[in-house]
Design a protein. Structure first.
Length: 193
């Protein structure tokens, strides 16, 4: 085979692999008949989590920037505190108004100590998994400045359920879990759906 034909074969194979991989791993899942997400879905869910961090840290739009990353009936659940873990998870807020109030907005007007202006939420190592109803996710929660200027600490993580709505991807439920939850089966949330 000539070098030109060999090079052309390699280029065609690379292009075919690229085209087949668009929207990956959704293409593989579709071929197997399972749920799939496109590359755009992954990007939109990632941006959703970025908006969550900004919303909680800034109390933007009186807390509604935070609340609006959730579905209208979305819930925030605590399994990180001892009380929340012992209860199998405590719902701290359910619905738009309660979620805005949870971060210091809503009726509190962003004037309470719940407005986290001195520290920041960072979401790291985000995993997104397609499901029959949308997707689930896990992400580490790292906070800067919580225990003093320049400090960085991991504060567990989040286990999420995402759904695609007419307004785009939203969080159906977010559960704050303990630091070691993903390494110790006894601390894990059994089912995210």
């Amino acid at each position: 085979m000539s070098n030109v034909k060999w090079s052309a074969t390699i280029v065609v194979a690379c292009v075919m692999a690229f085209v087949a991989g668009r929207g990956w791993p959704g293409i593989a899942a579709q071929a197997q008949g399972g749920p799939s997400l496109t590359a755009l879905d992954y990007q939109e869910i990632t941006q959703l989590i970025n908006r969550y961090a900004y919303g909680i840290d800034t109390c933007g739009n009186n807390g509604y920037d935070y609340a609006d990353v959730f579905t209208p009936d979305g819930v925030f659940i605590d399994k990180n505190s001892d009380a929340g873990f012992k209860a199998g998870g405590r719902v701290l807020a359910s619905g738009r108004e309660a979620l805005a109030t949870l971060v210091g907005g809503g009726s509190r007007g962003c004037k309470t100590k719940l407005v986290w202006t001195d520290w920041s939420h960072l979401m790291l190592n985000h995993q997104i998994t397609p499901t029959a109803t949308g997707a689930t996710g896990r992400v580490y929660l790292v906070q800067m400045g919580m225990t003093g200027p320049g400090t960085i600490a991991r504060h567990g993580g989040y286990e999420d359920v995402y759904v695609k709505t007419a307004a785009g991807w939203r969080i159906k439920s977010r559960t704050h879990v303990r630091d070691k939850a993903w390494h110790a089966p006894g601390l894990q949330t059994p089912d995210l759906n």
